[in-house]
Design a protein around this ligand. Structure first.
Ligand code: SF4
Length: 156
């Protein structure tokens, strides 16, 4: 039986990005052949629409958002922090239900970014809100930028 992978919905080809587009994983067919893909979009699960204004961190990354020391604003200046936290909690619920073999998220996103995100308009080291929450629960996360060979033998 194929094991489940939690994957960012946009990487699975779903048009969930802020601009209504997808960002298919470069090895999507390979992943779909070997695993059962479970797509999640934290921002949609958090109540944001498609399309939606692009968002960025103010004052820190996803870790600092969870600690109440940073916020996420959209391009109109509206505070969207609560949507991002709610989306992270919903994804955590899915992860607990599925107990995936692996989690693969879209790099750079304020929800799904693993190694870098936009803070005050500049790309910086840091992680998204959902990644920060899942790490609190002991999960490790890869991105579409990691070589697909790294997925084999990696456990959450
Ligand atoms: S929140 Fe994550 S899954 Fe949703 S569109 Fe952004 S990167 Fe993709």
């Amino acid at each position: 039986m194929r094991q489940p992978i939690i994957i960012s919905a946009c990487l699975a080809g779903l048009r969930t990005r802020y601009d209504g587009r997808a960002f298919p994983h470069p090895h999507l067919d390979h992943l779909a052949a070997g695993w059962t893909l479970v797509p999640v979009c934290p921002e949609v699960l958090g109540g944001l629409g498609i399309p939606r204004p692009q968002c960025r961190f103010m004052g820190g990354d996803g870790v600092e958002v969870l600690e109440g020391r940073a916020r996420i604003l959209d391009r109109t200046g509206r505070d969207r922090t609560s949507h991002f936290v709610r989306g992270a909690e919903e994804v955590n619920r899915v992860v607990q239900l599925v107990t995936p073999r692996l989690i693969v998220f879209k790099e750079g996103s304020p929800s799904c970014g693993v190694r870098r995100v936009d803070i005050e308009g500049t790309r910086q080291p840091g992680c998204g809100v959902t990644v920060a929450l899942l790490r609190r629960h002991g999960f490790s996360i890869l991105t579409e930028e990691d070589p697909v060979e790294a997925y084999d033998g990696t456990s959450t």
